[in-house]
Write a protein that binds this ligand. Structure first.
Ligand code: P6P
Length: 335
């Protein structure tokens, strides 16, 4: 493995492959720097002022915000608004898009992010992460209005996530496969530790919150029921289950050793459409998964084809090893 820094990787993607331009390279470098700052804040835990615990406010989803949710969001806004690479930003933590202040030049990109995914795990010291997605701002669109952001995931020009765990990782795709960088804390840089990640097409490991089982639709009941029957059942083999309740950690496991992740529709969600957010959770993770040879579906549609109707829209998410995702989609198609 060539040990190169994120900066050199991006220069090569720009100069040798023409995959990105200088503004997108700057965007990714700034996002990576923001993730380093978030990693430092998280690493302080109870030793840091105002790090753990609830912020005493709710986000646009009506979910109680952790102090670190608010801090991580502010870190992302501060880091990204001055560079001249962005036309606008949107976050899980903000109801409306964030305009680039007039004192700074505007760029052509839109940055969408979940600054701290899985934050309910913060206080119990379990891995959490940051998820980000990059779109181009449509010609003539107003980046302060949500319409500019309502593009299908297939329009993404880059996507990635950071995992704040035993190591701090940055996983990234600019449409040229998936690369993984590990934060070298002595160097202060992300160093390439894996590239061209591939998700095995088959797996014996599934990730789902089993406590919701009674609420699932029939195709998911059938699929999970078959896995639980193990070698004596229709699948003829035993399966293992994992659920971290931090999407970034569950998806990273799948990128590392295969698996299938499900947060399906359930009877309680009705009009809500799902639990996970399309634009800054499902779409970037689906982009990464497909770039690694996996599949990502709502059960009824390829996630990257979903045409968003609202900034904080939610969708069912089934992603990972493509042969398992295809089986689940087939079950949804059967009457
Ligand atoms: P549940 C975290 O809150 C999150 O958005 C994802 O990171 C995670 O996969 C899911 O929700 C966990 O949901 O219902 O199991 O707590």
């Amino acid at each position: 493995m060539r040990r190169i820094t994120l900066s050199r990787y991006l220069i090569e993607e720009q100069r040798e492959k023409g995959r990105i331009n200088a503004d997108l390279r700057l965007l990714i470098e700034v996002v990576a720097r923001a993730c380093k700052r978030i990693a430092i804040a998280i690493g302080k835990g109870g030793l840091g002022e105002g790090v753990l615990g609830d912020a005493g406010s709710d986000n646009v989803q009506g979910e109680a915000q952790k102090k670190l949710d608010v801090l991580s969001n502010e870190i992302f806004l501060e880091a990204n608004e001055w560079g001249g690479h962005l036309a606008g930003m949107a976050s899980e933590e903000m109801e409306l898009p964030h305009a680039i202040p007039n004192r700074y030049p505007q760029g052509e990109y839109l940055l969408l992010f979940d600054p701290l995914d899985g934050s309910s795990n913060i206080d119990i010291n379990v891995s959490v992460g940051t998820i980000f997605s990059v779109l181009k701002c449509p010609e003539g669109a107003d980046p302060t209005r949500e319409a500019a952001f309502l593009q299908p995931g297939s329009a993404q020009v880059a996507a990635g996530y950071a995992v704040y765990g035993p190591t701090t990782l940055l996983v990234l795709s600019v449409g040229d496969g998936v690369a993984c960088f590990t934060l070298d804390r002595e160097l202060g840089s992300f160093v390439l530790t894996r590239e061209h990640l591939q998700i095995p097409p088959d797996t014996r490991e599934f990730a789902i919150n089993m406590s919701n089982q009674r609420h699932w639709e029939a195709p998911v009941q059938r699929y999970v029921g078959e896995l639980l029957q193990g070698s004596g059942g229709p699948r003829g083999r035993d399966f293992n289950m994992r659920w971290v309740a931090s999407m970034v950690a569950d998806v990273h496991r799948i990128l590392t050793r295969g698996g299938v992740f499900l947060y399906p529709l359930d009877a309680r969600m009705g009009q809500q459409g799902g639990k996970l957010r399309l634009l800054y959770e499902a779409n970037p993770m689906s982009f990464i998964v497909e770039q690694a040879g996996g599949s990502a579906s709502t059960g009824r549609q390829r996630i990257l084809d979903v045409r968003p109707a609202a900034l904080h829209q939610r969708v069912p998410v089934i992603l990972g090893s493509r042969n398992e995702v295809e089986r689940i989609v087939a079950y949804h198609g059967e009457r």
